[in-house]
Design a protein around this ligand. Structure first.
Ligand code: FA5
Length: 347
């Protein structure tokens, strides 16, 4: 009986088969259980003679079943692991992902750098009124700067030539400078803001698009000088282009809303014929700036004797092109994935 049972157990090839054998041997009416039951009816001598063999049989059958079960279970686990094996060396399946547009990324970088310098972000509407876009910025109706801005007006086409004197006429803002006006009228100084955003001009070639982005900066406080402006621009540009050897040059210029007005240039070096910001091979123009004109401070209801400040405006698209080595501004707004990928902006 023992050899038969042990052989059956050893060759059972499923867990169910082993279980059936266990029930047949050790279950309530199993053969081994049946033998154990006969012990009760035996005389003490018989029990002494046969008992150890029967107990021994039960133990070896139990041990054989446990061992067989464990063997089958581990074989099943091995089979499952083999079937579900993951090959870590296989190349990953790329999942197409959207990404942040270079212009948005640059605007985020700028906001971060200026936040470290204590500037907060201010915003204004893209549909602006004539007064905030021009008049309050010391650009009166007949001023030639209006024509230079190639303004998109709403409604009356006659306004495209430079305005008919209606301060409430609506237009697409031609620069972010009206946010200076909005901020000075809504907040008490001291003021330290940047205003990144879209602006519009009727203009189009490789370096000009009808919609582009500017970032405005405005500081209004007591005792502000051109030195503060230069330090701020230099500190920000060094951080943005990640170059400590970047130098700033201020050149006299003209904007109606600043006096004095300066254009600021950043130094570049030539690397394989390409201009890279930083170094000292030359200077390139980056934006306009100056000390806020007393007329502008006055238009916002502040006393220019008490409050002074500086302002600057930079083309954000220009900053993106220079940092990432892009050469055609129009490509920014084509939405061509190949172009974005080329510059590492999309998966
Ligand atoms: C202005 O718009 C002034 N508001 C800047 C300013 C602010 C001066 C505060 C003083 C104080 P400007 O028209 O030069 O200035 O434009 C500023 C920058 O915008 C330019 O240096 C250029 O980088 C960018 N820009 C101008 N026109 C376009 C265009 N059509 N497409 C792309 N970028 C442009």
């Amino acid at each position: 009986l023992r050899d038969g049972l042990l052989a059956d157990i050893a060759t059972a090839d499923t867990l169910d088969a082993v279980e059936a054998l266990r029930v047949g041997a050790l279950g309530k009416s199993g053969v081994v259980t049946g033998l154990l039951k006969t012990l009760g009816a035996m005389t003490p001598e018989e029990r002494q003679a046969k008992g150890p063999a029967i107990h021994d049989l039960r133990e070896s059958v139990t041990a054989a079943i446990t061992a067989r079960k464990a063997a089958l279970e581990s074989a099943a686990l091995d089979a499952r692991l083999a079937a579900e094996r993951i090959d870590m060396s296989l190349p990953a399946q790329p999942v197409p992902q959207g990404s942040v547009h270079p212009v948005s990324q640059v605007m985020d970088e700028l906001a971060e750098i200026f936040a470290d310098l204590g500037f907060s972000v201010a915003t204004g509407p893209e549909i602006e009124d004539d007064w905030r876009n021009f008049t309050a910025l010391n650009i009166p109706e007949t001023h030639p700067a209006r024509a230079m801005h190639d303004t998109f007006y709403f409604g009356d086409n006659a306004r495209a030539t430079g305005g008919d004197g209606n301060p409430a006429a609506m237009l697409l803002r031609t620069h972010t400078s009206p946010v200076q006006i909005r901020t000075m009228m809504n907040e008490a100084p001291p003021i330290r803001i940047i205003a990144p955003g879209r602006v519009y001009r009727s203009d189009s070639d490789a370096t000009h698009t009808p919609m582009f982005h500017q970032i405005e900066g405005l500081v209004i406080d007591k005792g502000i000088t051109l030195g503060h402006l230069k330090w701020t621009l230099e500190t920000f540009l060094k951080a943005y282009f990640e170059r400590d050897d970047l130098a700033i040059r201020l050149r006299p210029s003209f904007f109606p809303f600043t006096e004095p007005s300066v254009e600021f240039d950043a130094s570049y070096s030539l690397v394989n014929g390409q201009r890279v910001l930083g170094g000292n091979d030359g200077f390139m123009e980056l934006g306009g700036s100056g000390m806020v004109h007393p007329n502008v401070i006055r238009a916002c209801g502040l006393d220019p004797q008490e409050w002074q400040g500086f302002a600057f405006g930079i083309g954000v698209d220009r900053l993106a092109m220079l940092k990432y080595g892009m050469n055609d501004l129009r490509a920014f707004f084509d939405g061509d994935l190949r172009w974005l990928r080329h510059y590492g902006f999309s998966a």
